[in-house]
Design a protein around this ligand. Structure first.
Ligand code: ACO
Length: 325
């Protein structure tokens, strides 16, 4: 038995923010952003739109593709660091929106690796025989955690949601493995300092802009490339495959230079790598399920194909999965 992806869905907000728009907000240029990141534009949620709204639409689209009703979902796991509230879990709001009465729901906080961490949990749950169907979602409204006066970070991120529906099937196809890692020693290279228990909301904290994402980009870059390469090789080796066996590499879409450096180290060709970071920027936990949905609808994922996915993010956290489509 395997946990097989039987449905995919995604949602991107309508509003497009281009690099030219950013030129009017901070001291940057289209040329700098494209050269350093490959990002040309990103989507920004409408004022009345938040993470649960985008996640609900993506999840409903995955269920529609699979022809599965909300009452037949056993579990909803969502990777997000920009939930509607600090608590409870945004997955519970999605559960109510969908009317998935039987499902239990929780969020996973693993930043850009959130979707792969969520997928691993759902896969373990299905493989243990406790349930048959799980919705795995990655959704983020990063535009509300980004400091729009900080050119080092605000050019990188965007909003969006993606989802896959996993179903227990007697099949050779499905999730073959998940490998996850963390190293909390790197916390301050990429994090949001406030307003959790350490620095609760305060007037001073607002003045110090503690509720915004902070990052030391060049340090993150080096560890990201190293970790993505290592964890991708770990997935291939564990299953007895090499890079040549991979049909599509669908990595976390952080920026083009990280992706190109990683695919080069792995010996993967351009044709093997799926890239959409130029359109959406880094949507953290949402990049991989959005990319899977797009790749599927572009006819790039066919039965029997071998799909490798890897992510890296705040924590630090990183992970990979190998999927037989
Ligand atoms: N426009 C113009 N200039 C800028 C901008 C900007 N948007 N941002 C920074 N600069 C300037 C800096 O101020 C610096 O100027 P200085 O030399 O006068 O001090 C100069 O550009 C170089 O800055 P660096 O940070 O060294 O630039 P770098 O080449 O490292 O590129 C970048 C920065 C794109 C952030 C890169 O480090 C990177 O991609 N890091 C990975 C970060 C990432 O993707 N994080 C996402 C979360 S983790 C993940 O998803 C994997």
């Amino acid at each position: 038995m395997k946990a097989r992806i039987v449905g995919t869905g995604s949602y991107l907000p309508k509003k497009i923010m281009t690099n030219q728009d950013l030129e009017k907000m901070v001291d940057t240029s289209h040329e700098w952003i494209v050269t350093r990141t490959g990002i040309e534009e990103r989507r920004i949620a409408a004022e009345d739109e938040c993470t649960s709204d985008m996640a609900t639409i993506a999840a409903q689209r995955a269920m529609d593709m699979a022809g599965v009703a909300a009452e037949d979902i056993d579990l909803i796991v969502m990777g997000t660091i920009t939930g509607d509230y600090p608590w409870p879990a945004t997955a519970c709001i999605v559960q109510a929106n969908l009317g998935a009465k039987k499902a239990f729901a929780y969020d996973v906080s693993a930043a850009c690796s959130g979707f792969l961490y969520a997928l691993s949990s759902a896969n373990d749950y299905i493989m243990s025989g406790r349930g048959k169907r799980a919705l795995v979602i990655g959704a983020e409204t990063l535009s509300r955690s980004v400091d729009w006066t900080d050119r080092n970070t605000c050019v990188l991120f965007g909003d969006g949601a993606g989802a896959v529906l996993l179903e227990a099937q007697e099949s050779e196809s499905g999730v073959l493995s998940c490998h996850l890692h963390s190293d909390g020693n790197y916390l301050e290279l990429l994090y949001q300092p406030g307003f959790g228990a350490k620095h609760p909301a305060s007037v001073e904290g607002i003045g110090a802009r503690l509720s915004y994402l902070k990052m030391q980009g060049n340090e993150v870059f080096k560890v990201a490339v190293r970790s993505l390469t290592q964890v991708s090789k770990e997935a291939l080796t564990a299953n007895g495959y090499t890079s040549a066996d991979v049909t599509q590499f669908i990595p976390h879409q952080a920026n083009l230079r990280i992706l190109e450096a990683t695919t080069k180290r792995l010996g993967l060709t351009k044709e093997q790598s799926f890239i959409n970071v130029h359109k959406y920027g880094n949507t953290s936990g949402a990049t991989i399920p959005i990319a899977i949905d797009e790749a599927y609808h572009q006819g790039l994922l066919k039965e029997g194909d071998l799909i490798l996915s890897a992510a890296f993010g705040g924590g630090f956290t990183w992970g990979s999965t190998l999927i037989r489509w």
